[in-house]
Design a protein around this ligand. Structure first.
Ligand code: G4P
Ligand code: NA
Ligand code: NA
Length: 194
């Protein structure tokens, strides 16, 4: 998505450790107009997929997921993060390890909001090592829900998440695909076809 790539080039900053800081429009301050356009694009891509529900993880996945849900007219459920989970009878849960933060979190979704009748679109802000998406796969498996696809705002295709989704055989749509960082420069997969 050209508009998103342009915004990454103007507002994004590359931090040590191959982290792209985009807190000006996605991870802290949110640009609703850009999010609406992102939601439209996800809706266009998955319009025929018979999605009944969108799943994401709090907090940064919520804005793009809600904008997609608005335009696909389906509910959006965000998995909550907990340090540990004790009362789990009413929850689907998975453990998510963050390589960037070197911490483990449990994510959970109430059994009220996901079932075997659902066909789910997973949306997240970043795909890096894919641990969040893996956790959502596990939760969908527990609910025996079908997975229609994964929609990602910004994918770093040089990290392992891409392969993790491919191995599962699930459709992956990323609106910006970063192939590499070169100092403070960002390179996109789309450059190859420009
Ligand atoms: P993974 O989910 O793909 O495995 O990501 P990883 O463990 O590597 O990273 C943990 C957190 O850092 C995730 O957010 C993920 O979205 C985010 N992240 C990964 N790479 C980048 C990057 O280059 N830039 C930014 N801004 N974030 C990145 P989270 O902990 O779930 O936080 P949040 O959703 O509450 O913001
Ligand atoms: Na996230
Ligand atoms: Na994040």
């Amino acid at each position: 998505m050209r508009e998103l790539e342009q915004r990454i080039l103007t507002d994004g900053r590359v931090l040590p450790g191959e982290v792209l800081k985009v807190d000006g429009f996605l991870n802290h301050q949110v640009d609703p107009d850009l999010m609406f356009t992102i939601g439209s694009e996800f809706a266009r891509l998955f319009r025929e997929a018979k999605v009944t529900k969108i799943l994401t993880v709090e907090s940064s996945g919520i804005a793009p997921a809600v904008m997609a849900g608005l335009q696909l007219h389906v509910p959006v459920v965000f998995a909550r993060k907990h340090k540990s989970v004790t009362l789990i009878d009413d929850l689907y849960t998975a453990e998510v390890y963050s390589y960037t933060k070197k911490t483990s979190n449990h994510i959970s979704i109430s059994k009220k909001f996901l079932s075997a009748d659902d066909k789910v679109l997973l949306i997240d802000d970043f795909l890096a090592n894919g641990q969040a998406v893996q956790g959502l796969f596990e939760i969908c498996d527990q609910a025996q829900a079908e997975i229609a696809g994964v929609g990602i705002v910004i994918e770093k295709i040089f990290q392992s998440g891409h392969q993790l989704v491919a191995d599962r055989g699930v459709r992956l749509e990323s609106l910006a695909q970063i192939t590499s960082f070169d100092g403070d420069r960002v390179h996109f997969a789309s450059e190859a076809t420009d």
